[in-house]
Structure formats: structure tokens, C-alpha cells
Design a protein around this ligand. Structure first.
Ligand SMILES: NC(=O)C1=CN([C@@H]2O[C@H](COP(=O)(O)OP(=O)(O)OC[C@H]3O[C@@H](n4cnc5c(N)ncnc54)[C@H](OP(=O)(O)O)[C@@H]3O)[C@@H](O)[C@H]2O)C=CC1
Ligand SMILES: O=C(O)CCCCC(=O)O
Length: 478
């Protein structure tokens, strides 16, 4: 039996006619494993109306009760973790251990936002006049539409859903087509935990149609998107046109600066694991390695050994460290990026080829001496490709780090406090990790600068993105 993946609108699961379905493919086997209900315009409009009703109900639920319901949802995710992780691996391709990590992080993200929802404090403002009380209230902005990407279809979905619900908003989540079941499980956990009908809704389908209809819709007050920079610019323009608040978490092309005083063995060990995690389909993936010429040969040699030691295969195999690319398009794009770099003079140190002829597997790849005109040095590679070049001077490295319009994440390795200081002040990025690789935890603000977008998810200001400030000036009646 083919798995049927439904929509969720106004507290009711809804299937569409099988002719209006989108196939789900296992990227490790290329077998069709499911059919997703594709939302019609009527479904999309119904979701907007449901989200408006859901907002009216959910904002009346006390912050404490909302937190209790959200904690219950987090625990349901934990209870169902094995099933959710397994389907995530089958649909997306990532190794089971990575999928389990994503499920665990999802539950933690819900818990963290639930508690933040109990602390949406306003401020008291000393008034200039006697008998006048002035203060601010933080109010939920209203129904939100959130778009989850396919690379982390669960953790990037929950940041939007948990943020909205904790603030007292309702949300329509557009789930990732490549790995839809985890979005269904996420929404199911909230429904089973007792969120108001319509507070969480789930759509799949034509992302262009969904975004155009909902961003323009008068009921929708906020859009939050994780995905590519070109699509983000389009949605941000649409949001501007309709005066909707937006958060845009877009692409990256993270530089990694390795100084000559760094612990090279550690830098390589951390970087190899981070580079090939999720087959490199990570917006904060370390990508442009800029290595001091004095340690370049040692770094490359160790890195190549690390890349060759990675076992590629079906993510359900516990021995596997790297699964397939999530969809056929990424495989083709990765092949093209490697061919282009080599044709422009880059040296292929290892990898560079598709693995087998079934499944979207690609070898962990290392390219060195890559010209800055190579496409991989300009566009986000979003695949298992490490690009390693050398530098002699820290200012030169910072200049190269800032060359691209992206500014999401950056990494550096050095034992010198003065170099570290220069690097974290000089590099234009939303985040920088020095001497380790910090993953995005719920308490960390996550977002980019320049073409990597604006606004942050998580961290101390997580709920601000879903709230408005109301100023109240109250005079006593004389
Ligand atoms: N920042 C990040 O985490 C991510 C970055 N990317 C970047 O995007 C590149 C290409 O990814 P790819 O999926 O092939 O291409 P796209 O740029 O077409 O799609 C990127 C994401 O945006 C969604 N999307 C596309 N058009 C619209 C729209 N009009 N309205 C709303 N959502 C839309 C897609 O959903 P759908 O597939 O349903 O159309 C998908 O999730 C990657 O190489 C990477 O650089 C991609 C995913 C995540
Ligand atoms: O959307 C992305 O690609 C970034 C997700 C980061 C997740 C993590 O570092 O754990």
C-alpha cells in the first residue's frame, strides 16, 4: 500500500483526489513510496480561514496552558521518535543517527519555545503626568504562513510552528515535498496534545501558488521562509507589497579560516564531520576553506583521508555516515559544479563522481586551488563538496570570506586571541564559531546578513518575530 500523506486544515485531516497527488521518492532506491495530497486553491483558502479562527481561539489560551500543551507535544514527539526518524531517513536519505538527532532537537525546540511563551514581557514606561500609567504589551501578530525546506524538513518546520504557537499565533505550515511525513507527525503531535483547531494547519503542493495566495491574504500577518536566496527575495518582495512582516533564512557559503597556529588535526576532524553531514545540504555547511599556506598541505592531506573514510550508502544502514542527496536535481547540480571547477583549473583531490547508478549518491569530494570564478565558489554548492584554497595574510582571508553576497555562518581555527578577535569582528556573517562547530540550538539566535536574509529564529528574541508591541497610555478617570 502506497503511503497517503494528507493535509491538515482546521483540525481535520484532508485527502485530495489521487490524480491530484505528488509522488514521494526514496532517494536511496529511487522507488516511489508515497503520495502527497496536493492542496487545491480551495484547500489553501480554507487553510487561511481556519488559521484566522484558530488564532482567535489560541490567543485566548493562557500562556501557561499553551506551554503545557506544547510540552505535551514535545513528549509525544519523543515517544514517536523512532518511527519519525525512520521515515525521515527513508524519505530524505540522511543517516538514521542524523534523523534521530533532528527528531530530538525538534522536541527540545518545542520545550524551549513553550517556556519562552511564558515570558513575553512588556515594559512599564514612567509617565510624565501624574495619574497616567504607560506600558507596552507584547501581542501575537496573528496567523503566520511558514515554509519549511527539504534539507531539514523537521527542525526547520518546528522553529516556525513552535515560535508561532508560543507567541499565541496560529500557523499554516507548507511542508517539504521531499520528506512530508515528518511534517505530518509534527502537526499530529500538536493536534494530539490539544492545540485549538485551526491553530496549526498543514499544506503541501505548489509552493508558488501557496505563497502567492497566502502572503497576499488579508488574514495572514506574517511570513517565515527557509530556503534559497532567489526564492527568499521573491517572497520578501511579495511580503513587502502586502505589508506583511517576514523572516527570511536563506542560503550561505560559509568560509572556514584556518590559521597557521591552529590545531590542524582537530580542525580537520570537526570540519570533515560538519562538511559531509546531511550530504552537505546544510545552509551553514563549512564550504570555502581558506587555509594558511604554512599548514595547507597537512590540512589537505588530513582532510582527504577524512573524506575517503566516509561510508556512503542507504541511511538505514547503521555503518553509513553519508546518505544520498535528497533529490535528483541536487545530484545533477553537484556533478555540474565539480565539472565546472575542474574545467577552470581546480585540482580534484578525491571524489567528484556519482556512486552507482541507483539512488542519488555522490562521493565526498575535495577540490583544491579553486579559482574564484568557478561556479562552486560563487553559488551555494549545497552538496558534499569541500573547496580548499590557501592564503598568506589574515586580511586577505577576511577579504575572501566577505567576497560573496552571502553572510550566514563562518568558522575559524586559531590559538591566537588576537587573530580570533580580528576574525569575529571582520567577517560579515550572522554567526561565527571559533575552534569548534556550533550547531543551531534553540537558545541560539539563527539568521543571516546580506543575501542570507534577515530576522532570526531561536535565541532570546525568538518570539519577537511573531509579536507586535502595543503601547498603552491609561489615565485615571477623575
Ligand atoms: N537555507 C536553506 O536551508 C536552504 C537553501 N536551499 C538552497 O536552494 C538551492 C536549490 O534548492 P532547490 O530546492 O533545488 O530549489 P528552489 O530554490 O526551487 O527551492 C528552495 C525551497 O524553496 C521552496 N520554494 C520554491 N519556490 C517557492 C515559492 N514560490 N514559494 C514558496 N516556496 C518556494 C521550495 O519548495 P518546493 O520544493 O515545494 O517548491 C524549496 O523548499 C539549494 O542549492 C540551496 O542553495 C534549499 C533549501 C534549504
Ligand atoms: O537550514 C539549514 O540548512 C541549517 C540548519 C542548521 C541545523 C544545525 O546546524 O543543526
Amino acid at each position: 500500500m502506497m503511503e497517503q500523506i494528507p493535509l491538515f486544515i482546521g483540525g481535520v485531516w484532508r485527502n485530495t483526489h489521487p490524480n491530484e497527488s505528488i509522488p514521494v521518492v526514496n532517494p536511496a532506491t529511487e522507488e516511489q513510496i508515497g503520495l502527497i495530497a496536493k492542496a487545491s486553491l480551495t484547500d489553501i483558502e480554507d487553510a487561511a480561514i481556519a488559521a484566522e479562527k484558530g488564532f482567535a481561539a489560541w490567543k485566548q489560551v493562557s500562556a501557561l496552558e499553551r506551554a503545557t500543551i506544547m510540552h505535551k507535544a514535545a513528549n509525544l514527539i519523543r515517544e514517536r521518535a523512532e518511527h519519525i526518524a525512520r521515515t525521515l531517513t527513508i524519505e530524505h536519505g540522511k543517516p538514521l543517527a542524523e534523523a534521530m538527532g533532528e527528531v530530538g532537537a525538534t522536541a527540545d525546540t518545542i520545550d524551549w519555545h513553550a517556556e519562552e511563551g511564558r515570558r513575553t514581557y512588556g515594559r512599564v514606561i514612567p509617565s510624565r503626568a501624574l495619574g497616567v500609567h504607560q506600558f507596552t504589551l507584547m501581542e501575537p501578530i496573528g496567523p503566520v504562513v511558514g515554509f519549511a525546506p527539504w534539507n531539514f524538513p523537521l527542525i526547520q518546520a518546528v522553529k516556525k510552528v513552535a515560535g508561532a504557537l508560543a507567541a499565541g499565533c496560529s500557523i499554516i505550515l507548507k511542508g517539504a515535498t521531499e520528506a512530508p511525513t515528518c511534517a505530518v507527525e509534527l502537526v499530529k503531535a500538536f493536534a494530539d496534545a490539544g492545540v485549538s483547531p485551526g491553530a496549526v494547519n498543514l499544506l503541501f503542493g505548489d509552493s508558488g501558488q501557496i505563497s502567492e495566495h497566502l502572503i497576499a491574504h488579508p488574514s495572514i500577518r506574517k511570513v517565515t521562509f527557509t530556503g534559497s536566496t532567489p526564492v527568499g527575495k521573491k517572497l520578501a518582495s511579495l511580503a513587502g507589497l502586502h505589508m506583511k512582516r517576514s523572516t527570511m533564512e536563506l542560503g550561505g557559503h560559509a568560509p572556514v579560516i584556518v590559521m597557521d597556529d591552529a590545531d590542524i588535526a582537530t580542525a580537520v576532524k570537526i570540519s570533515v564531520a560538519a562538511k559531509y553531514r546531511n550530504a552537505g545540504q546544510v545552509c551553514v555547511s563549512p564550504t570555502r576553506f581558506l587555509v594558511h599556506s604554512k599548514v595547507f598541505d597537512e590540512f589537505v592531506s588530513r582532510f582527504v583521508d577524512g573524506a575517503r573514510a566516509i561510508k556512503v550508502g542507504d541511511g538505514l544502514d547503521p555503518q553509513v555516515n553519508m546518505g544520498p542527496m535528497a533529490h535528483r536535481g541536487r545530484l545533477k547540480a553537484t556533478e555540474e559544479l565539480v565539472a565546472d571547477a575542474v574545467s577552470q583549473g581546480a585540482k580534484l583531490e578525491t571524489g567528484g563522481n556519482r556512486v552507482g547508478d541507483r539512488g542519488y549518491f555522490f562521493e565526498p569530494t575535495v577540490l583544491t586551488n579553486v579559482p574564484v570564478t568557478a561556479l562552486a565558489m560563487i553559488d551555494e554548492p549545497f552538496g558534499p563538496i569541500a573547496l580548499i584554497n590557501s592564503f598568506d595574510d589574515i586580511d586577505e582571508a577576511i577579504k575572501e570570506a566577505n567576497r560573496l553576497p552571502y553572510g550566514l555562518s563562518a568558522y575559524a581555527y586559531t590559538r591566537s586571541l588576537s587573530s580570533a578577535n580580528k576574525l569575529f569582528n571582520g567577517i560579515e556573517s550572522g554567526a561565527i564559531s571559533i575552534n569548534h562547530h556550533s550547531v543551531a540550538l534553540p537558545e541560539h539566535p539563527f539568521g543571516g546578513v546580506k543575501d542570507s536574509g534577515y530576522g532570526t529564529e531561536g535565541g532570546p528574541g525568538a518570539l519577537d518575530a511573531f509579536m507586535t508591541t502595543k503601547f498603552v497610555s491609561l489615565a485615571s478617570v477623575l
